[in-house]
Design a protein around this ligand. Structure first.
Ligand SMILES: Cc1ncc(COP(=O)(O)O)c(C=O)c1O
Length: 613
């Protein structure tokens, strides 16, 4: 990637085409997407959004070395990027307190938008649920547990018809019709699940997931993870407390059931969300990781494509590799696996590795138009993880799901375990059922999530499942995908804004999710100033030095890309949680930091006096 030059005088940079300002960029986007533009405009005028828009960094501290010594930086390098971030936050906050910079936390992947309609629908359904619970009661503060009796469906339908102005009623009505007409739900059962679910008046039954919620979330995954072209058959879904819990449950059950063993070789697509790296190293797992490195393949100019080359994918042919952990689209680079690599992976698994366990974490799938997961391409081998956190702005709700296809290799692997192992597993799951051998892999995961003994109270809380279902039906019933396109537009515009600040032009790429940007400083250093400058940087600074500089001098918190298994000198910028107009500034601050390194390099060179003649 060529910079428009980090050393150009400021005035020139300001008038350069890339930094010509928001208005030019805004005008071109406006012309391209008038409807979305209008909606974005509405969005940015909401108070919450405005609050972040209004942040204006003060004048930064003078550029130069960080006050954090190299030795201290080296010591801090052992922390995970998410822990290191707390150190950076302290510096950035102190910069803000001293009024030298505005604290801008571009470290977190928490979106700063939320989906309102599905929440409104939840609120209105809750109102119905409470009315229903009080229907034949006249006591203060107390209602009746929702009864599964005929008449509930009729009352719910009447409520939906007679409250046309209630917030979210349109979505509720359409969800009801979708369930009854399209999915052929029995109205009484559906009404009961919705009503007692929203109230949360009993333990989750079935524990894995409420039946109607499961069907609707299934439809959502078929649409969003498979581009509307799901594989034959069905997945069983397990509703979990976010993708985070899904990951814990998956690793635990694979180990408990001897499908993975301590010390096994596993493959990981890196850079990757750090917990996958850290879990791998935990004593209990002690996995031997083989990295499929997306930073190997480069463009001619040295920049990353952030895709797995054929040679990297072919590492999976090694029979010692038991499982492949994939985050797709990736975090931090934020690219979906390109179709050619997906085809190579599918071919490799089908021809050489039908036994390969694939754990795909597709949390960012909705940010790439036409996204197709390995859930779609290799359903038998895949354990899918999806989280509602990012797309719907609901990290606090803790909504995630594990998907395992009903025709899968895991159940077959369980049946083929040595008899001693099977006997011990039968003892483990025996208290749950008379036929423990028949407990499927995903149901074992549900039981393991509550140490088997508490299986009867396992499962995600019912109101959470109802909200998850409403997010799903909202996505499904949004025929023009306007919400999805709006979310994509929000992060893309910020991505563009960041690159304008950097003075760089990112190449067009259909696989880019743009939820994060991973910027490799070494690529820039080598490309712009050559290997000597790169060596100067390596010799004189820790790779995280730039993070400390931008935190204390500009108030900007970024994450260390090296901690995600990416290039050491890379940084992760989250495009999820700050207002668009902060991103050109972040780009500019990074550029200023780069210019300071160049200055230090120039100052370090020996100066020779011109010999007098
Ligand atoms: C790849 C990936 N998986 C899972 C998660 C966690 O998701 P949740 O909020 O649903 O726990 C994140 C959050 O950043 C993520 O990036």
């Amino acid at each position: 990637m060529k910079t428009k030059s980090a050393t150009k005088p400021r005035s020139k940079r300001r008038s350069s085409p890339n930094l010509a300002g928001q208005s030019r960029r805004a005008t071109s986007l406006k012309a391209a997407k008038p409807n979305l533009w209008n909606r974005t405009q509405r969005l940015v005028t909401t108070r919450a959004y405005q609050a972040v828009q209004d942040l204006t960094p003060g004048s930064p501290r003078s550029r130069g070395p960080s006050s954090i010594s190299r030795a201290r930086q080296k010591a801090l390098l052992q922390l995970s990027p998410f822990e290191l971030k707390d150190e950076l936050i302290k510096l950035a906050e102190s910069a803000e307190r001293e009024n030298v910079a505005q604290f801008l936390n571009a470290g977190r992947g928490n979106p700063n938008w939320i989906c309102t309609t599905a929440r409104e629908a939840f609120g209105t359904l809750l109102r119905f649920g409470i009315e229903e619970s009080r229907r034949t009661m006249a006591l203060p503060d107390l209602g009746r547990q929702i009864a599964k009796q005929p008449g509930l469906a009729e009352r719910l339908a009447a409520f939906l018809a007679s409250n046309p102005m209630a917030p979210g009623i349109k979505l509720l009505r359409e969800t009801w019709d979708f369930g009854i007409k399209r999915l052929k739900f029995d109205p009484e059962s559906f009404a009961y699940e919705l009503t007692h679910g929203v109230i949360g008046d009993s333990y989750p039954v079935p524990d894995r997931m409420l039946r109607h919620c499961e069907r609707i979330v299934h439809e959502y995954l078929a649409r969003e993870m498979c581009d509307g072209r799901p594989p034959k058959g069905k997945w069983d879904l397990f509703a979990t407390e976010g993708g985070t819990a899904a990951m814990c449950y998956i690793f635990d059950t694979l180990m408990q059931n001897s499908l993975l063993h301590r010390g096994d070789t596993i493959a990981m697509g890196v850079p990757i969300f750090t917990p996958y790296i850290e879990i791998t190293h935990l004593e209990r797992f002690s996995f031997k990781p083989v990295n499929l490195d997306a930073s190997v393949e480069r463009r001619r100019d040295g920049t990353h494509v952030w895709q797995y080359s054929d040679a990297e994918i072919d590492k999976l042919a090694d029979k010692r590799v038991k499982a492949f952990f994939l985050v797709n689209p990736s975090n931090p680079p934020s690219y979906a696996m390109r179709p050619g690599s997906m085809r190579r992976l599918v071919n490799l698994v089908k021809t050489k590795r039908p036994d390969l366990i694939i754990i795909t974490d597709d949390v960012y799938g909705t940010f790439v138009p036409g996204f197709r997961s390995t859930m779609a391409e290799l359903p038998q081998n895949t354990i899918g993880v999806y989280s509602f956190s990012k797309h719907f702005g609901c990290t606090g709700w803790r909504l995630g799901v594990v998907a395992v296809h009903q025709n899968n290799i895991f159940d077959k692997m369980l049946a083929r375990l040595p008899s001693g192992t099977r006997a011990s597993l039968n003892r483990r799951y025996g208290p749950m059922t008379m036929e423990p051998e028949k407990v499927t892999f995903i149901d074992r995961m549900v039981a393991d999530s509550r140490l088997v003994a508490l299986n009867h109270t396992a499962g995600l809380s019912l109101p959470q499942q109802i909200q998850m279902m409403l997010f799903s039906s909202f996505g499904l019933l949004d025929k023009t995908d306007s919400y999805k396109q709006l979310c994509q537009l929000i992060v893309r515009r910020r991505y563009q804004a960041l690159f304008e600040g950097l003075g760089l032009t990112p190449p067009a790429d259909d696989t880019r999710a743009a939820y994060y940007a991973q910027l490799d400083l070494m690529v820039w250093a080598e490309g712009e100033y050559g290997p000597e400058f790169a060596k100067f940087l390596r010799d004189n600074y820790e790779c995280i030095d730039v993070l400390f500089r931008v935190a204390e001098q500009s108030g900007v918190v970024l994450l260390h890309g090296g901690g995600f298994g990416g290039p050491d000198w890379s940084v992760r910028v989250s495009l999820a949680n700050l207002a668009e107009d902060t991103y050109p500034k972040i780009g500019q601050f990074l550029r200023d930091a780069a210019a300071a390194y160049v200055k230090e390099w120039n100052a370090s060179k020996p100066t020779y006096e011109t010999p007098r003649t």
